[in-house]
Design a protein around this ligand. Structure first.
Ligand SMILES: [Zn+2]
Length: 316
């Protein structure tokens, strides 16, 4: 497919209502999608958004409210979809990570990565922030706390599966340098390059034990897959990919993946490594944006300093 344009928002986490930050990203993508439809024709443009619906935070919140996780995320997925309708967003697809097709594709990918040696069993020990759902390295902490959540991470060690991260690191660096995989604005390209060139990436844990609300690993049902891997694959399953590396949809690679600066590093490392480990093309570009702040900090559902959109709509 030659003159096509495929653009994505990140998928939004369904543990609270959308705020104006979600609308900012989605409207920016909407503008680019509409402009490209004028240039290339409607059928050659695909604009994807959706919701990220698995993980420990959701399991915990649903439990607190005495609800089943699926019922809990169904409610939020509907709120997001309704909101985009109200804002006249022209998305061509809406991917939900709890959809059966997405889950089946993720399992197929996990099996492929396991079979080709990219995923192996090991263990991981570290400081785990519940808010981030991530192990935190020492240099990410401020006064021993996660700066995004103002919380002391918990010491955790567990058996897990890991994905190899540095097999294709040189390739990744070269693709970023040459703009074959373009990260813009320029300062974010520099930031990522200096990060990638200063160290060998450590392998990342891609599974959890004792977390029911996730996609089970096809080769070890005691584990479910780590929320990031599940979430990243939306960019492919959202255009109908079933996980078969020999049959990738024509819209791939994405022309633009629009992301906030807080998720640049995981995209440029974990998502990129996943694709390279699968032998698939990287997105053509990431467009990275800053955050609308509230009280001097990034708006975050976890911090509770959020400016909601329902309020904005009600007063407009
Ligand atoms: Zn955190």
């Amino acid at each position: 497919m030659k003159d096509k344009f495929y653009i994505t928002t990140p998928i939004y986490y369904t543990n609270a209502k959308p705020h104006i930050g979600h609308a900012y990203t989605t409207i920016a993508c909407d503008v680019l999608a509409r402009w490209n439809r004028e240039k290339l024709g409607k059928e050659n443009v695909f604009f994807l958004t959706g919701t990220d619906e698995h993980g420990a935070k959701i399991e915990k919140k649903a439990k607190e409210e005495g609800r089943q996780p699926q019922e809990f995320v169904d409610g939020f997925a509907e709120i997001f979809q309704d909101l985009w309708k109200q804002l006249n967003i022209s998305n061509d697809g809406f991917i939900r990570t709890t959809s059966p097709a997405h889950k089946a594709a993720v399992q197929k990918v996990l099996q492929t990565l396991y079979d080709n040696g990219s995923i192996y069993k090991g263990s991981y020990k570290g400081q785990y922030c519940m808010g981030c759902e991530q192990f935190k390295s020492e240099n990410e902490l401020v006064d021993g706390k996660c700066p995004d959540h103002n919380a002391i991470p918990e010491e955790m060690e567990e058996e897990c599966y890991l994905m190899k991260m540095n097999v294709h690191q040189e390739t990744l660096i070269n693709k970023i340098k040459s703009d074959e995989f373009k990260i813009q604005p320029e300062r974010y390209k520099k930031e990522i390059l200096s990060f990638l060139e200063s160290q060998k990436l450590e392998d990342v844990s891609i599974s959890r034990k004792n977390l029911a609300w996730g996609i089970p690993l096809p080769f070890d049902s005691e584990h479910t897959t780590y929320v990031w891997i599940d979430a990243f694959l939306n960019y492919l399953t959202g255009i109908g990919w079933d996980g078969d590396v020999k049959k990738v949809p024509e819209f791939w690679p994405a022309d633009i993946e629009m992301i906030g600066k807080d998720i640049l590093r995981v995209h440029a490392t974990i998502w990129a490594a996943t694709l390279l480990n699968l032998g698939l093309e990287l997105p053509k570009s990431f467009v990275v944006h800053g955050h609308i702040q509230s009280g001097g900090k990034k708006m975050s559902k976890t911090l509770g300093n959020v400016i909601g959109i329902d309020v904005q709509l009600a007063t407009s």
